[in-house]
Design a protein. Structure first.
Length: 115
């Protein structure tokens, strides 16, 4: 009997042979909530890019070293390939974080001068 290779199929996610030698197909099922979460992450990323382009101070909540921080900060740099950003807060501290660690970002209309 010819050796069977695991591969991706149209209509099914996976096909493989089980221990008894039978062909088995399976599909990954995602909850409907997952689609909403993907949309949310896309919106956060869009807001990060808009904040970077404007160089304005924005209020944001980030996850940094297992703690939630509420910052009034500016997006300093964006590294798209690694998905990381550098944020500089109003006190001058820099935070190197992943884009996915930005939990909330809002536009703040502030009359501060750009450096």
């Amino acid at each position: 009997m010819k050796e069977f290779e695991q591969k991706s199929l149209f209509g099914w996610d996976y096909m493989w042979r089980n221990k008894e030698g039978r062909k088995v197909v399976g599909a990954l099922l995602f909850p409907s909530q997952r689609k909403k979460e993907g949309r949310y992450l896309w919106e956060i990323k869009k807001r990060i890019f808009n904040a970077y382009k404007s160089q304005d101070y924005v209020s944001m909540t980030i996850l940094h070293h297992d703690a939630f921080l509420d910052l009034d900060a500016r997006v300093w740099t964006i590294e798209e390939k690694s998905g990381r950003i550098v944020v500089k807060d109003a006190a001058g501290e820099f935070y190197h974080i992943r884009m996915s660690d930005v939990l909330h970002i809002d536009k703040q209309h502030d009359e501060r001068t750009n450096e």
